[in-house]
Design a protein around this ligand. Structure first.
Ligand code: NAD
Length: 512
């Protein structure tokens, strides 16, 4: 594909199927195993990279640590200036990087561009933050004493990311970690190594132009075994990991065993409550985009619709008609609504979930299936489907990363909220209602138990200004906006005595 080749060239990604390398940051050992990246769009092999070996990893950690000793002394606003330039470099490369995201991961071109825009937005946010990073001052109980707190960098931040946001999640972490004075080691998903290599090139150029060590941001490639090198390594004080709940439990245990810090962003099982007071046309857009956007492969994808019995049939009919109009196909063609799943394993998991749902008594009102034919040669294109279910089906309690939408009927709002909360995950949630009492109850302490709760907006998509993350099996981490930066720093409480005596706290007497 000549278009993709020229994009790889523009991004500085060499595709001679040999190891990628700038310096010795990744893929240094030519005997290392190779890691192939194929596009789910057409099934073609794009390129192969090399899996980082234990030795590569150790070199990266040493280089990162060395870079940290320097970087932590750079004033935070100056670190922000580097991040500002990184944001500008992303603006210049938005089209190329967004297209590569779309081709390597399979999301629509618009969503590929949107993902790069999110990277730009978090850079802007981080630049402002670099002049803030506020600590509090307190009044000491002792005379002529001053108390305050300050925030210091942690050191090396290990970032493990999922395939579905192959570049944005790294930048959410990296932009904040960098202005906070940390250095990063990124292990991207083994399914999307090329977009990561492209990002490393973009940031390395900015570092070079500013005489900053490339060791401030590092890349290691490979599967979970490479990730485990970091999770078990006491030299990496914070691991920020995005992916499945299964992965989060393993990472949380490995990092916890060495009492490190972890920031976990895991699976969701997101529901929209469609009330009897909902604007049904608006609800339709929110529900359909939420369920089929990114082919149902967002952590915030809408998996369940909890619909009031009085509007259930009318809304179901609207959904069936809307699904009938969905165009499935090449995500680089902007006429299509739904692209492919990431790979054939994901297709198998989708089919398995449909079968399990049927075995539990699910009634499919829009049938699923795998598409075949010349336009679907990768074998990764599936039909978005809809099933009427009960919330307690095992399969409904589980996050299937595919466009399967479950419909559940309710009578009272209390019941709807109990259903919405009645899953192990707690990421995103929404209510569609024009009734103020319903909206406020949904947002109250006895409302949604999720990290994200929306009114008259679907579950999917978020702005970088707010803290992003979820409760329960979603892992409890918060990234991006608000005060999420605090996870990337250590708090230090300082007390300064400027008197001539040494009074002890709590009035304790100790005379010599
Ligand atoms: P995954 O769990 O298979 O892999 C995610 C990453 O973790 C990969 O880089 C993988 O190599 C690594 N990994 C897996 N096991 C590991 C281990 N034991 N130790 C160290 N690293 C390990 O997830 P995926 O299929 O790439 O992504 C889909 C999942 O990600 C979904 O569950 C989705 O909800 C979740 N997700 C969550 C968020 C969020 O912010 N909450 C965002 C995006 C995706």
């Amino acid at each position: 594909n000549t278009n993709i080749q020229s994009i790889l060239d523009q991004l500085g990604v060499k595709t001679n199927n040999a190891a990628f390398s700038t310096g010795s940051i990744w893929g240094g050992d030519s005997n290392a195993r190779s890691l192939e990246s194929s596009s789910p769009v057409d099934g073609h092999l794009i390129a192969s990279t090399k899996v980082s070996t234990d030795e590569d990893y150790n070199n990266v950690v040493l280089k990162a640590h060395e870079a940290f000793l320097e970087w932590r002394t750079v004033p935070a606003p100056k670190r922000g200036e580097i991040v500002r330039q990184f944001g500008d470099a992303l603006r210049e490369n938005k089209e190329a990087l967004g297209t590569l995201v779309s081709y390597e991961m399979g999301k629509s071109l618009q969503e590929g561009f949107g993902e790069v825009q999110e990277m730009i937005d978090i850079c802007d946010f981080a630049v402002g933050l670099s002049r803030q990073l506020y600590g509090l001052t307190m009044h000491s109980e002792r005379p002529s004493h001053r108390m305050y707190e300050q925030w210091h960098p942690l050191g090396i931040v290990g970032i493990i990311s999922a395939f579905n946001f192959p570049v944005a999640v790294w930048s959410w972490n990296a932009a904040l970690a960098l202005v906070c004075g940390n250095v990063c080691i990124w292990k991207p998903s083994e399914k999307t190594p090329l977009t990561a290599v492209a990002c490393q090139h973009i940031i390395a150029k900015v570092f070079k132009a500013n005489d900053v060590s490339e060791g401030v941001c590092n890349l290691i490639l490979g599967d979970r075994e490479v990730g485990e090198l970091m999770t078990k390594d006491g030299r990496v004080p914070l691991i920020s990991a995005t992916g499945s709940t299964r992965m989060g439990k393993e990472v949380g245990a490995a990092v916890g065993a060495r009492l490190g810090k972890s920031l976990l962003e895991l699976g969701g099982n997101n529901a929209i409550i469609i009330s009897e007071h909902a604007d049904l046309d608006m609800s339709l857009i929110g529900a359909v985009f939420g369920a089929v956007g990114t082919a149902g492969q967002r952590c915030t994808s809408t998996r369940r619709l909890i619909i009031h019995e009085s509007v259930y049939n009318a809304f179901k009919d609207k959904l069936v008609k809307a699904y009938d109009q969905l165009r499935i196909g090449n995500p680089l063609d902007q006429n299509n609504h739904v692209g492919p799943l990431i790979d054939k394993d994901a297709v198998a998991a989708y089919l398995d979930s449909i079968e399990k749902c049927k075995n539990e008594g699910g009634n499919f009102v829009v049938e699923g299936g795998v598409l075949s034919g010349a336009h679907y040669a990768s074998g990764c294109y599936v039909k978005p489907c809809i099933a009427e279910v009960s919330n307690d089906f095992k399969i409904v309690q589980h996050e299937t990363f595919a466009p399967i939408l479950y419909l559940i009927k309710y009578k009272t709002l209390d019941e709807a909220i109990t259903l919405q909360n009645g899953v192990p995950q707690g990421l995103s949630s929404a209510i569609m209602t024009l009734n103020l009492r319903e909206a406020e109850q949904f947002l109250s302490a006895n409302g949604s138990d999720c990290g994200i709760a929306n009114v008259n907006i679907g579950t999917s998509g978020a702005e970088i200004g707010g803290a992003f993350g979820g409760e329960k099996e979603t892992g409890g981490g918060r990234e991006s906006g608000s005060d999420a930066w605090k996870a990337y720093m250590r708090r230090q409480t300082n007390t300064i005595n400027y008197s001539n005596t040494l009074p002890l706290a709590q009035g304790i007497k100790f005379d010599l």
